[in-house]
Design a protein around this ligand. Sequence first.
Ligand code: PLP
Length: 381
Amino acid sequence: MNSEIYFDNSATTKPYNEVMEVLQKNFEEFYNPSAIYKNAVEVSKQTDLVRERILKSINAEKGDGLIFTSGGTEAINLAIKSSVRKNKNIVTTAYEHDATIKTVDFLQSEGYEIRKVMPNKDKGIEIEDIIAQIDENTSIVSVMFVNNETGHTIDIHRLGKLIKKSNPKTLFHIDAVQAYMKIKIDVKDAHADFLSISAHKIHSLKGTGALYSKNIQRLKPIIHGGGQELGVRAGTENVPGILAFGKAVEIGSRDFDKNGEHLSEIKKYFLEKLQNIEHCRINSPQNSANHILNVSFLGVPSEILLHTLESKGIFVSSGSACSSKKKESHVLKALGLKDDAVKTAIRFSFSAFNTKAEVDKVCDVLSNALGEIRTITKFRG
Ligand code: PLP
């Protein structure tokens, strides 16, 4: 990337060099894991090792299952659609990723009752508000651990315990796409029935994800065909993606503490530097995830600033990558932000590859660009 600065790591991440090496090797050992000759059986063993590695990384228990999918979106669909029951309700939040929002909206159009908890402006989603929505007919609670636009977090470990206390039959799904390899996840402690993750957010490939399931029998296939993935997810496995995922999990687990500290320093430093920039509003709460920082630069529409930064080789986003074509962020709106803050929001998202020198450069460019644009638009705050 040379002089480019990539601050859009919540959209996707640069694959590790070691991931590329794994891919090269797999292209040579290209066998279908369902075949029964030795070379193919070896490939199947390797994908199972990745399965075990991921299960270990979230402290799953013996007997728990993991299904490889085409990404976070499919994992979320599989978890929620497997859990709906006639005359039962689904509890989620109004600031979920579209993978959840669009899934529950579809289910609502099919006649299911959906209960969306609204976030609180300052505290985000309050656990008590989720619990208040659960009754004897709640089939599943589905929430994200880390919000992809603002970094708001929910204490999923406390939430899980309270869900099961409220209704032991209610299933619990965690969208951990933005949290995995950034914040410790313990599916046992969280009483999670399902957990969705995605490889391209942790320096591996797009088009690969996984769904943890406490009990595989609960899953109802949404893709029908061959008997791959324990008969739950048909289609020849994305072996290169799975093996690359395994390598990224190996590196991410090894460097977990170091990366966490680094990300926290980068964000702290960025926040300090932003104090010198006028009329900016920090939309991420103080206790937000280390890798996401959402800021509104009042008076400067996101798109204009985004393209100005791009012209200087700096890549950021105005919201979630998937919603970049949408006019306004449903997340920021649900959080009660005023119109001017919603229209001027920029998401900076970091990875372990980012440096403080990059933050310096971005803040210098920001200062100049904001000054110039605000002069043209005659913004005075
Ligand atoms: N959930 C969250 C919180 C996300 O940020 C994303 C992607 O941005 C997804 C789900 C969807 O994951 P994928 O891109 O692997 O389908």
